[in-house]
Write a protein that binds this ligand. Structure first.
Ligand code: TEU
Ligand code: CA
Length: 573
């Protein structure tokens, strides 16, 4: 929407939809825009007020849409521009905003810009991409590797040069040093903003500025040869984003979230401090890397609770002048219940606990489709069933390294992006889980068959209603938006506890990561004298168990993965 920027996004809860897998409406086995529109009531009932759509533009789907061939046209498999307009209008009518995925670090190699650019060294688009000669000795321009395996440079005979691609060779990096590239991107952004889109999630936006010397890297990130991804936050990235804000974003009341791999809290402040007029918030990855092993997230490790407590708290403390995004899941990550919770006996309790832990923090929470149900990692019958380019690349790499097939299966089960991309489970009793009456593009997950919307809506004690309460609390409790954060019980080996306070209300969030019952009482917390004398005023707002005593003095333990939200309401003025 045109007009000066406001900070509506500080009150928002964002629901991420992977369009290919959410709801098929024309029974071709592929999710689509009309399918999403048919499910807006569900999203409205959850209470999320903003939808993030993964890319729906024309694309050859080498990287499932993150290789865009036309930024202003809808991929016909998702529907038409009229279908998009209808979705946007109906969402807005329900008070639901929609943000799009802006993928402008690179295009598809089928984009007209690249087709022209690679045809010769002197055409209007020649400098739209990053072309380099071979080194004197004929070797590649530098040692950068692609995130999806192999070198980050591919040779084109027509130019007798190499072009850079930090991702697949079908995803050539745009040359942001070229003002014409930036203006072309800004025009494409205006096209969507003038249609009423409410903002953008910006794909690997920290990578758009490269060191002009293109130096060899020190070989970090060798497990996926993605040397470059270790060097994002390049020299002109903030200049480019301030220009983008000044020329485009500042003219609309929109939200922006930049995806910025390998970004520290200091760097995050540069992106999100409102005084700098760049982005509203970023997706950082430090908590996603706590269980990384030799092969990154294709790992058998688990994030130690102490590291989670330290890292999530660091981001709460250090972004006071900025703003955090809060996420466990997305289309690139495995399911949080499997990764950080218990996807067996205590699936429901641990899913609720992870939701409480995240949604009690300061920032904008993101819910990835199915997270509100407590979805777990699917079991793919064979390694051949994985389709994601990143997973395929790792399977090849691990086999090159002679890793045992059992290890490869285990780390793909733990880390593959396909874990998040199987069809949404509407009704486990319907063909293809109610997603489609046609064989889906990616097989449905039997492991999630009972973890369905239909079952969730029938049972108030399942994860859906817990997430709905968390979202409702964020709309009604100012302390959740503006309160300070303080980690409590720092050294407790099984409890992650913190408090939020705004000088009036004080909220205590207590989360057990133990798979057994452990002793706990409210007196274990550093309550203020006033709180100690007002225990009877404290309110148990939310628990992961239906039968937790409302009188908090009667709580003497935490059951497996039990989570509590306890409010000491401010004294009425
Ligand atoms: O992801 C950025 C990225 O580097 C991811 O591949 C992530 O680092 C990796 O999965 C490890 O967690 C963005 C998109 O979200 C992803 O889907 C695209 O494949 C990628 O950029 C290229 O556009
Ligand atoms: Ca379809």
């Amino acid at each position: 929407m045109k007009g000066p920027q406001t900070d509506w996004w500080k009150n928002s809860v964002v629901y991420q939809i992977y369009p290919q897998s959410f709801q098929d409406s024309n029974n071709d086995g592929i999710g689509d825009l009309n399918g999403i529109r048919s499910r807006l009531d569900y999203i409205e009932s959850l209470g999320a007020d903003t939808i993030w759509l993964n890319p729906i533009y024309v694309s050859p789907l080498v990287d499932n849409g993150y290789d865009i061939a036309d930024y202003r046209a809808i991929n016909p498999m998702y529907g038409t521009m009229e279908d998009f307009d209808a979705l946007l209008a109906e969402a807005h009518a329900k008070g639901i905003r929609i943000i799009m995925d802006l993928v402008v670090n690179h295009t598809s190699d089928q984009h007209d810009w690249f087709i022209q650019s690679k045809s010769s060294r002197d055409n209007p688009y020649s400098d739209f991409y990053i072309w380099k000669d071979a080194k004197e000795d004929g070797s590649l321009p530098n040692n950068w590797g692609s995130t999806f395996g192999g070198p980050a440079w591919t040779y084109v005979p027509e130019r007798d040069q190499y072009y850079l691609h930090c991702f697949a060779k079908e995803q050539p990096d745009l040359n942001w040093e070229n003002p014409a590239v930036r203006e072309a991107v800004y025009d494409d952004m205006r096209f969507w903003l003038d249609k009423g889109v409410d903002g953008f999630r910006m794909d690997v936006i920290s990578v758009i500025s490269k060191d002009p010397a293109f130096p060899d890297n020190d070989g970090r990130y060798t497990y996926i040869k993605s040397y470059y991804m270790g060097a994002s936050n390049g020299p002109r990235v903030h200049e480019f984003l301030q220009e983008m804000n000044e020329k485009v974003l500042s003219h609309y009341d929109v939200m922006t979230v930049g995806e910025t791999p390998n970004t520290t809290t200091d760097q995050a402040l540069l992106y999100t401090d409102p005084e700098r007029k760049e982005l509203n918030m970023i997706f950082q990855f430090e908590h996603m890397h706590l269980d990384y092993g030799k092969y990154g997230k294709f790992s058998v490790e688990r994030a130690p609770l102490a590291d989670l407590k330290e890292n999530l708290s660091k981001w709460q403390y250090n972004l006071e002048q900025g703003w955090n995004s809060l996420y466990w899941n997305n289309h690139d990550q495995p399911r949080a219940v499997s990764r950080n919770g218990d996807d067996g006996k205590y699936r429901v309790e641990s899913a609720k606990m992870l939701g409480t832990l995240l949604h009690g923090m300061k920032g904008t929470p993101y819910i990835y489709m199915g997270e509100e149900l407590g979805q777990i990692n699917p079991v793919f019958p064979s390694l051949d069933d994985y389709q994601d380019i990143e997973t395929r690349c790792f399977i090849d790499l691990l086999r090159e390294n002679n890793e045992p097939e059992s290890f490869i299966r285990e780390v793909c089960h733990n880390g593959s992006r396909d874990n998040a991309r199987v069809p949404m489970v509407w009704d486990g009793d319907q063909p293809n889980h109610g997603f489609s009456s046609h064989e889906p593009w990616l097989p449905c997950s039997k492991a999630n068959q009972e973890i369905s919307v239909k079952n969730a809506l029938k049972d108030p004690d399942l994860v859906f209603y817990h997430y709905r309460k968390l979202i409702a609390l964020r709309k009604t409790l100012p302390v959740l938006r503006d309160g300070t954060y303080t980690l409590l019980l720092e050294d407790h080996p099984q409890i992650f506890a913190y408090k939020r306070t705004d000088g009036s209300d004080t909220l205590y969030v207590i989360c057990s990561f133990a798979d057994g019952t452990i002793p706990f009482s409210i007196q274990d917390l550093p309550l203020s004298n006033q709180e100690k004398s007002n225990l009877n005023h404290a309110q148990l707002l939310l628990s992961g168990y239906p039968d937790t005593p409302q009188e908090i003095e009667k709580i003497h333990s935490l059951r497996p993965y039990e989570s509590l939200m306890i409010l000491f309401p401010g004294q009425p003025d």
